[in-house]
Design a binder for this molecule. Structure first.
Ligand code: ADP
Ligand code: MG
Length: 293
């Protein structure tokens, strides 16, 4: 391709809300055959809210809210912020947390008002020998089948509550997935969230290949494995979690609404955080390079 044509391509990209790091990026964009989409903040808005709280026998909603809210206030995870906000809305000021610890992709723990509190995936609570009682386990499964994330919360040595957190699919995600397919690309959903949640969201937007329950540090390996199997991979993500995978992908696309770390690791930035711009980027690359050969 001539440098002039590539420059025209990158200029056209800017008009479409696509920031392209360098003209050479268009070349890798054209060869992509697989598009890996992060779930939270990419396919979904990532603006989460607590829609339900289930508690074990003898536990008050307010106690669960106060302990979980105080703990999650110390975390920046969107799920954590939703829980902290729900607690603050209902209870006002929350106690402070000490000995706070974050387990990437699993959840958090800390001491609140003298109680050791843990919140996150059931796998994390099970590390503490805290198993959900049957009524909470079934509330959790029902929420997950509906595409919602269930956060288990335990304190004083037992799992005692489940917070149901809902995210919403972005209005243009399904259309963008359909258009990626029409371009001959294979969409894949990648997430640290539970498989049932991931399957429900995938079904909602029309994706049939789902890779779920992947720890943040392992997302990069998923990309390498797809590449080893001969696929040319684009990855679209927004989070700190996604940075290594974005850098590993043949083409990294960051949501402009996402973190700086993700943007820095990427070749392209979709300014409006809209997946339809990923479709525009691929079309643009094909058009720019197709005409110059
Ligand atoms: P994603 O890949 O969808 O962006 P993450 O890898 O950040 O998700 O997190 C994976 C899962 O770990 C979440 O769906 C949630 O169940 C759990 N989790 C992570 N951090 C927290 C937290 N602070 N509080 C509760 N749960 C958490
Ligand atoms: Mg994300």
């Amino acid at each position: 391709a001539t440098p002039t044509a590539l420059l025209v391509g990158t200029g056209r990209g800017a008009q479409l809300g696509i920031l392209i790091k360098g003209p050479e990026v268009l070349e890798s964009t054209r060869r992509v055959d697989t598009v890996v989409l992060d779930k939270t903040g990419t396919v979904t808005t990532g603006q989460m809210s607590v829609v339900d709280i289930h508690v074990a026998d003898g536990v008050q909603d307010e106690e669960a809210l106060r302990l979980a809210g105080a703990l999650e206030k110390a975390s920046e995870h969107p799920i954590a912020q939703a829980i902290a906000r729900a607690a603050a809305d209902k209870l006002g000021d929350l106690p402070d947390v000490s000995d706070f610890r974050n387990s990437e992709g699993l959840g958090v723990q800390g001491i609140v008002d003298g109680h050791a509190v843990v919140a996150g995936r059931t796998a994390l609570l099970e590390d503490w020998s805290q198993k959900l009682p049957p009524e909470l386990a079934s509330a959790k499964s029902a929420a997950e089948r509906a595409g919602r994330t269930a956060v288990a919360v335990g304190w004083d040595g037992a799992a005692k509550a489940v917070f149901v957190v809902a995210d919403t699919v972005k209005p243009t995600s399904a259309e963008a997935v359909a258009k990626l397919r029409a371009l001959g690309l294979k969409p894949v959903l990648l997430t640290g969230d539970n498989s049932a949640v991931a399957e429900a969201i995938a079904a909602e937007v029309g994706i049939d290949e789902v890779i779920a329950e992947v720890l943040p540090k392992d997302k990069v390996d998923v990309i390498s494995e797809l590449q080893s199997s001969g696929r040319v991979v684009a990855m679209v993500g927004d989070g700190v979690n996604d940075a290594a995978a974005l850098a590993q992908a043949d083409l990294g696309l960051a949501m402009g609404t996402g973190t700086d770390v993700a943007i820095e690791a990427s070749d392209l930035t979709l300014v409006r955080g809209d997946l339809l711009a990923a479709v525009d980027a691929i079309r643009l690359a094909r058009r720019t390079l197709g005409t110059i050969k």
